[in-house]
Write a protein that binds this ligand. Structure first.
Ligand code: CP
Ligand code: NVA
Length: 341
């Protein structure tokens, strides 16, 4: 729900504010500030999270491993080549065995049904680290990044020191117009079911044949998010009035065989200064991308330019993953209760 998303964002922000100073040289802190700081939660102490990844990952894996360590626990990376799953063992048996020795499973899978099957049989919580349909932990990082850059949209002064700001408060963000130009894939699908619930409008451009599958759109309608979504085929129309422009790769992992036809279908969808100017984006528009990025979908001028929030967005994968692990794996108990902060 929207309040749960907000609570997770606030919790991520708090963990980040508490933890960052510990990672910096002592000299960077005044005594007064240091006295106010607390160690991050150690809710994963003596616990192990299984990272069950059947696809490549840089950010999601790093976020999971580094945040588990900060929470006092251990992350165990189990890649496709390492374990019996899918070759000699079923998802049902693997989920039961891994869940019997670990305290949580963070799984990156191919078809979405695979993670549903793991969740059905696992005795511990299973969290989606990306599937064919959804990428929920990415969207938490995107929303946190937008909140932390609220001053850029609200026309207010930047916080004095974003790392040592108010521990308890997450800046308010005005309702934004967010344009997404590109493929209807897992990252967009989670934007569809979260951004409207937080008051933002979505304007999407994708070729006719690359629209959200029925399972995703049914969920969008069920959550009444469709009322805040405009969807067309013209990228210029989509960026009209946009405060933020977002894209993702045109060729998601597993779609490599479709490369030639996809490059053809997405011609004209590259995010550039010119596209956004001609389309009438807000002159101060900002750019986001989950990464990894190819120059096909966004040129270097935008990607490495002053509008780009892509690297703070990538960094925020850590703090948001940490908040979810803290709640779901660290503070979860056998009654199935999650103890919110
Ligand atoms: N954004 C994202 O999920 O990146 P990785 O595939 O590198 O984890
Ligand atoms: N849509 C992309 C996201 C990568 C983080 C993919 O699934 O490959």
């Amino acid at each position: 729900t929207a309040p749960q998303i907000r609570r997770l964002l606030v919790h991520s922000h708090q963990l980040k504010q508490q933890t960052l100073p510990w990672l910096e040289p002592q000299g960077a802190l005044s005594r007064k500030k240091a006295a106010k700081l607390r160690l991050p939660s150690q809710s994963l102490f003596n616990k192990t999270v299984a990272l069950l990844f059947s696809k490549r990952s840089t950010r999601t894996r790093l976020a999971a491993e580094t945040s588990s360590s900060l929470l006092g626990g251990n992350a165990l990376f189990l890649g496709r080549e390492d374990i019996q799953l899918g070759v000699n063992e079923s998802a049902r048996d693997s989920a039961r065995v891994i869940g019997g020795m670990c305290d949580g499973i963070f799984a990156r899978v191919g078809e979405h049904e695979e993670i549903e099957e793991l969740a059905k049989w696992s005795p511990v919580p299973v969290l989606n680290a990306l599937s064919s349909l959804w990428h929920p932990t990415q969207i938490l990082a995107d929303l946190l990044t937008l909140h932390e850059h609220a001053h850029l949209f609200n026309g207010t002064k930047a916080p004095e020191d974003p790392k040592l700001g108010q521990v308890t408060s997450l800046p308010d963000l005005r309702p934004l117009t967010v344009a997404y130009v590109g493929d209807s894939a897992n990252v967009l699908h989670d934007m569809l079911v979260s951004f409207p619930r937080l008051g933002h409008q979505l304007r999407i451009a994708s070729p006719e044949q690359y629209r959200a599958p029925k399972a995703v759109w049914d969920r969008v309608v069920e959550l009444e998010c469709d009322k805040s979504i405009w969807w067309g085929a013209d990228p210029k129309e989509a960026v009209h009035g946009a405060d933020v422009v977002v894209t993702d790769t045109w060729i998601s992992m597993g779609q490599e065989a479709e490369k030639a036809e996809r490059l053809q279908a997405f011609k004209g969808y590259q995010v550039t200064e010119q596209l956004c100017k001609e389309g009438g984006a807000n002159p101060d528009w900002k750019f986001m991308h989950c990464l990894p990025r190819k120059a096909d979908e966004v040129d270097d001028e935008v990607f490495y330019g002053p509008r780009s929030l892509v690297f703070p967005e990538a960094d925020n994968r850590k703090w948001t993953t940490m908040a979810v692990f803290d709640l779901l794996f660290g503070k979860w108990d056998l009654t199935g209760e999650v103890h919110a902060p």
